[in-house]
Design a protein around this ligand. Structure first.
Ligand code: SF4
Ligand code: SF4
Length: 332
């Protein structure tokens, strides 16, 4: 039987041991239904998730809810929305009780005296031209001023098909403001013309992601196996989709057979009662899903399947390390 020890040399085994003890249990929270932008292709608004529940305004109810989440075993709160920074009291309620990650468009600066160590992920959708088409403004100009040099912040760069051949310039821009970057791919939920992927484009973007990782290893938080999985939708000969997805809300997960999944994962709406189907759009056709976190988690929950060779297990370790860095469980 293949064991972890038989597959890894001492160096890789030490890396394995560092992450094996983490036992990350995340859930996702809509902090609000409101946003100060309306991006074309925003999974939240395009699937009407902002309409399914009216948000809770009583901060004491948020505190009580977070306490219950902690008791449920959650040790990573991922805050999304709408735009979480519109309600910093709610963000603070999480931050006081749990390791917290805040996704934001970066237009409002999280005050670091109030949230000194909170990891912030700023969304960026391509270059200035793409951002103007899809989001109505060049958000980088504002967000980079707000967060320049911040050691607990990275850009979550959503690459669109229009970015092929132009990715390096964005990575350099991010490097020049002293921040890190993680890459994922646009799912184009609102079918904006020219923003859906062709197989050739996916192949090209994979090569380009590998290339920027090689050239900017201090700036890009990623690994080549993640690039391969997210651009092909394939892992060890299996195809990503509804039957394989690990990021389905547990009480709504009636799949049979059950795939490997995130333990007790729930995505909560901002009324603190309603649940959404998964970590992203309620209405997305899973066969088009390019969600980066879902693909990363897919790899992470399938450790045993990666124990067929040293290279496969090393790939698994690299993806796990990437996730752990992005959510501050291990240093960059
Ligand atoms: S900033 Fe984020 S939440 Fe707001 S509309 Fe854009 S993608 Fe949606
Ligand atoms: S849309 Fe994506 S994240 Fe949601 S269930 Fe489908 S595959 Fe999973």
């Amino acid at each position: 039987m293949k064991t972890v020890s038989s597959l890894l040399n001492p160096e890789w085994h030490a890396r394995y041991k560092r992450i094996a003890k983490l036992n990350i249990r995340s859930s996702i929270y809509d902090v609000t239904n409101k946003c100060n932008l309306r991006c074309k292709g925003c999974f939240f608004f395009s699937s009407d998730e902002h309409k399914v529940a009216s948000e809770e305004n009583d901060i004491h109810k948020w505190e009580h809810f977070i306490d219950k989440e902690k008791q449920r075993g959650v040790n990573l709160a991922i805050l999304i929305g709408g735009e979480p920074t519109l309600y910093l009291d709610r963000v603070e309620a999480f931050y006081r009780q749990l390791p917290t990650f805040c996704a934001t468009n970066g237009l409002i600066k999280v005050p670091r005296d109030r949230f000194p160590g909170m990891m912030v992920g700023i969304s960026l959708w391509g270059d200035e031209a793409d951002e103007k088409v899809l989001r109505g403004k060049d958000t980088f100009r504002i967000s980079s001023r707000n967060y320049q040099g911040d050691p607990h912040t990275y850009y979550l760069y959503t690459i669109t098909p229009k970015q092929i051949g132009k990715i390096e310039r964005i990575i350099k821009k991010i490097k020049d403001v002293g921040l890190k970057v993680h890459m994922q791919l646009l799912s184009n939920d609102e079918g904006v013309d020219g923003f859906s992927w062709t197989p050739e484009e996916l192949e090209a973007v994979c090569k380009e992601m590998d290339d920027v990782l090689d050239r900017y290893p201090e700036t890009v938080v990623s690994c080549k196996y993640y690039h391969q999985v997210i651009t092909t939708g394939m892992m060890l000969g299996r195809e990503f989709g509804w039957q394989e997805c690990p990021s389905v809300t547990k009480p709504m997960d009636h799949r049979d057979p059950q795939p490997k999944r995130l333990i007790e994962f729930i995505r909560w709406a901002s009324d603190l009662n309603t649940m959404h189907r998964c970590c992203t759009s309620e209405t997305r056709d899973c066969s088009t899903c390019k969600d980066g976190a879902a693909h990363m988690s897919w790899v992470m929950v399938n450790k045993r399947a990666h124990m067929r060779s040293s290279r496969d297990l090393q790939n698994w370790i690299e993806v796990y390390e990437m996730f752990a860095k992005l959510y501050q469980f291990i240093p960059w």
